[in-house]
Structures are given as structure tokens and as C-alpha cells.
Design a protein around this ligand. Sequence first.
Ligand SMILES: [Zn+2]
Length: 216
Amino acid sequence: MKNIILLGPPGAGKGTQARSLSDKYGFVQLSTGDMLREAKKDKSKLGLKVSNIMAKGELVTDEIVIDLIKKKIINTTNNKGFIFDGFPRTLAQADALGNLLNKVNQVLDYVIEMYVDDDKLVQRITGRFSCSSCGELYHKITKIPKKTGICDVCGSIDKFKFRQDDNEDSLKTRLLAYYRDTSPLIGYYYALKKLKKVNGLGSINEIQDAIRNIII
Ligand SMILES: [Zn+2]
């Protein structure tokens, strides 16, 4: 049994890796985003609190996130371990997780930092566009159409569109939050001798091999 945290900036691919490692090795994936969506659906006191906060567009507090994680850890039995993605996000959450695992006689085995070059990350995320006729995906640096303005697949002319949520401003806001609140965890877990690093800019399979070499 192994308990693992995937740490890294938005867009580093933590969710993709967590899902696939869970499918292959039987880990239970705990993602803050999924848990908040789940809590909103149930009618518990905690669920209603989450619904209210999210409806107002406010940030969910450390306390609530920790309560949700606590419920999951206590109610999950017989698993191969937890894989946390998007949690802990702050030092307070990291401390709370350590205490929680302690209480159920478990330890945190590895914290895997998926490091990426910031410029490359911004480039990778903000450069995506697609053909609005056939849906083919392109990238302004790594996969440009063979003929400018013309879709390789369906031949449509000037039908390309950029994704709204991938714009540079929203990514910078999320990156700022990562560096301000979450990146101190790298030093924290290094000092606790839990930290391992993998290059987050490889292909999905390359990254997965690197993670597997550490944890299995
Ligand atoms: Zn097309």
C-alpha cells in the first residue's frame, strides 16, 4: 500500500496521470475538484456549505477541503493506497493530511513533483486551437497546419478557433496561486524526505513510466 501526492502547476497533467495510475494499480484517486463536485450533489451539511460557497464564486476554505478528505480517508477501506491530485494545495492542508494519515495508521510514501518550464507550460496551454468544421486539434508551435489558414483534414479555410479557457490571463492567475500557495510544499516535502521529481513535459507515457519507476 502506497500513498502518493502528485504536485505541479496547473496544466502539468496531474489529473491524467492520477486517473491512469488508479486504473492500472488500484489506487483511490482523491481530487479536490471531484470531491467538491460530489459534495455539492449530496444533501449533507458539508455538501450544502460547499454549494453555497461555490454559488457565490468564493474559494472553499482549507477547513472544508480537509473535512472532505477526512471523510474519504476514513470511509475508504481495502485499497492499494491513495493518490492525491490537486491536494494538498496549502501548507495548512499538508499538515492536516499528515495528521489524518497518522490517525488511521498510514504514512505518506511519495510526493512527486511534476516540474515544467513555465514558458513552455504557457506555450503548451495557450497555443492550442482547433478547426471549427471538423474539430481537428492544432498548436501554434508544435502542430501548425501545412498550409496557413487551411485545415489539413477537411480543407476548411479560416475556420480555426482558440479555446476560451486556455487564454493566457486565466492561466497566469492560476499559476500565481500555485506559486504563492502551493509551491512552498516542494521545500516542505523535501525536508520530510518525501520528494521525488519527474519531468512534466514529456509525453503522457514517458511521464507515467517515470512515475511508475518511483512508486512500484
Ligand atoms: Zn477541419
